[in-house]
Design a binder for this molecule. Sequence first.
Ligand code: MN
Length: 207
Amino acid sequence: MADTATIEKAVRHVLPPLPYATTALDPVVSANTIGFHHGKHHKGYVDTLNKLVAGTQFADLSLEKLIGATVDKADDVAIFNNAAQAWNHSFYWRSLRPKGGGKPPAALQQRIEASFGTLDACRKELATAATTQFGSGWAWLVLDAGELKVVKTADAETPLTRGMKPLLTIDVWEHAYYLDYQNGRADYVNAVLDKLINWGFAAENLA
Ligand code: MN
């Protein structure tokens, strides 16, 4: 039987509640998709992570520290994948909001125009990154050495390990859109950018 300390370690990482109701992003992202995505996929990464780190040298590390400690380490790839996916998903939910899209707050808009020329150019780069990521992964708006940039990452990879500060992200794993859009990833990406993207969250991360 596990002692109390082991149990505490085993439940260290928690699935954060969604910042809105499961129906709040409908019809762009349906409650059905969010139910599986948050309640099964995201929860699965958190639960698996807790099992993988219980009783190991990693048991007491925060998600961010775990990601940094396991990146590019062949023996720890399962821990990295689940830790990074747990972090990426928490960040993704906050990158969306009901009645999102539109214009960023003024300070962010100025930074976008300084780095991309126009908001539309930034939006196009995000859409291109999200639609051209081959296979599973993520598109990101990041702060990199003082410049705003768009990057894409494969599978569980995250800009956190490249010295970049994530500002917002779009999940382009098929589980993020297949129930609603089937193979129409571009339709999902464009709808998210126009109707759900949370520029206010990006502005908070920039501050
Ligand atoms: Mn996902």
